[in-house]
Design a protein around this ligand. Sequence first.
Ligand SMILES: *Cc1c(COP(=O)(O)O)cnc(C)c1O
Length: 381
Amino acid sequence: MIENNLNIQMVDLKSQYLKIKNQVDSAINGVLENTQFINGEHVKGFQSELANYMGVKHVITCANGTDALQIAMMGLGLKPGDEVITPSFTYIATTEVVALLGLKPVFVDCDPNTFNISIKEIEKAITSKTKAIVPVHLFGQSCDMKAILKIAKENELFVIEDNAQAIGSDYFGLAETKKTGTIGNVGCTSFFPSKNLGCYGDGGALMTNDDQLAEKLRMIANHGQSKRYYHDIVGCNSRLDNLQAAVLRIKLKELDSYILNRRKAADYYDQHLDGVEELSVPFRDDNSNHVFHQYTLKLNDKVNRDKLIRYLASKNIPAMVYYPVPAHQQKMFSSIPATFNTMNNTEWLSERVFSLPMHTELNTKQQNYIIDNILNFLKII
Ligand SMILES: *Cc1c(COP(=O)(O)O)cnc(C)c1O
């Protein structure tokens, strides 16, 4: 067995860069030459190219995915005390902005198969103060948006999609196929380097089909400004810079092939790990095509997860736990009003999941080595 020289990483951004190096270097040099660092041509170009790719009317870029969520909640006019339903099994940003704006996070358990927010638990969590639901398309697969839209309509709630992990994923559950992030009132995404469409620093975007909301979101991201030096509402300063937009325009053209590579890698893992008694491979929902931001396995109660991760590390194989502490158990929420019901699935998953290396450059030699070592470990415990 080949040891050591496979250079296996959770995400291999260097090899990915080398394949588009000429284009990227020349685009970056172009920006350096014309010094249009803020609101340059690439920002405008990228916004319209992404809107076109997503099949949505408006894309508003901003500084990062966390800001996108905050701007969405501000744009929808949510007020302190309003309740916002979010999953607890998610990256902290989803829930953090709710608290930051003085809104009340209402955490809801997830489905143990898809890892996404549980529809039944959403229904139980709605009160007269509920104003919005934030479904997170976790690890690259769509939530049950048909059911969520129905609940939102019946209860007059906004739907803010956290699409940071699923950009490019299609949802088939409605009459018309739609991209995740374009289904609710507003979608939010992140261009953090390791995301499926990542830039070389921070970046984010909002998207919506609502003209009025789009205008408001654009204003909020730009100091609440309607025209230069006239500030109508309280906003913030949240911009995608032109260098990042230049990189994103190039990577957007590659996004579909990046997704195919991720899916191919996921299929290969599935082929060799499905049926292994001690673990379950990622569940694939027929209503969505998974874009595998993460390839996340569930271990059964017999496997010692820490030991497995340490064993893999000793073989130079990284593996990560997304996420070890669910939002409702984070210290940051212990001192603010936040509520939750039962969290059995979320708590069980946070102790049993682990994610394998997953990226656009993963090759079968690396995957064979990873798979062999997992199987070796399971035999020796
Ligand atoms: C990455 C991520 C965010 C935040 O994006 P940033 O650009 O890092 O601020 C929000 N929600 C989810 C689910 C994420 O994975």
